[in-house]
Ligand binder design. Sequence first.
Ligand SMILES: C[S@@+](CC[C@H](N)C(=O)[O-])C[C@H]1O[C@@H](n2cnc3c(N)ncnc32)[C@H](O)[C@@H]1O
Length: 307
Amino acid sequence: MHQNKNQNKNKHDPVLLNEVLQYLDPRPGDKYLDLTAGYGGHALIVADRIGSLKQSVLVDRDENAVKELQKIFPADTEILHTDFLSASSELKDRGRQFDVILADLGVSSPHLNEGSRGFSINNSGPLDMRMDQSQQLTAEIIVNSYNEAQLVDILRRYGEEPKARSVARAIIKARPIKTTDLLAETVKTVWPKRGKTHPATRTFQALRIAVNDELGLLEKSLPIWLELLSPGGRIAIISFHSLEDRLVKQALKQVSGNRLDADFMLLTKRPITASQTEIVHNPRARSAKLRAAAKIKRKGNLHAYSG
Ligand SMILES: C[S@@+](CC[C@H](N)C(=O)[O-])C[C@H]1O[C@@H](n2cnc3c(N)ncnc32)[C@H](O)[C@@H]1O
């Protein structure tokens, strides 16, 4: 049994854990690729099922997460500190294949809980929002140096913000904006708070996606992940907003279907969501959507996923 050494500050409850196990169905000896290993929540459980991570690879672009993974897992576990597009390209070049692939997208609880990372409206901090702390681009740079048209584009595309132009103008007028608090206050001048959701939620989401190029990396990575899967292998992807889910849905739909020559079988016709019980314990699970597929194992001119 691998030991979970997660400390409270670094606590991240893995979402949809039972469902991930159901669809990934990890079996002894399987090779596992975790593209967003984070604090090892899913990886620890998968590792127990497959027995050893010797032939597996864990990836995360966040330095703190990687340090935690290095503490949790044995020294011979391959842990890559890079974004999942670079990691997948490298693994493909090395001719690697995996039986079980997981991508649990987005940010971890420590990202949101530590004000110094700048991701959260509720925890004051500098406007950072970088998942990879060595990256140049921060939210502060975007907020304080992008022109109105660029800000409007980010707010519309990644935040689906209906008042994108007014928010962009308010941001430009309030410059310099160096903290999450000041940004949240600035957006509030356009959208006086109503209802349960903070009016700056869409702005924070948009900036976070732009800073980390979340959709660009996902779109380019999806076809490579499908190539990295060995015949009979299973892939599960958990997304947290509709823009991500759309890309996942399209990529899986494109390669699967009822055609005889389809390479994949969709394991989830509709996205799987968390139960009320899970949401009560872990509110982050509220927006999680899981989609999964299996690579078809061809047998002569027949082919089947041997589930
Ligand atoms: C939701 S958390 C994963 C949590 C993990 N499944 C667990 O149970 O501990 C997402 C993780 O993915 C990482 N991440 C997000 N986008 C990434 C990318 N493009 N490349 C590599 N890691 C990424 C984040 O740094 C974060 O640690």
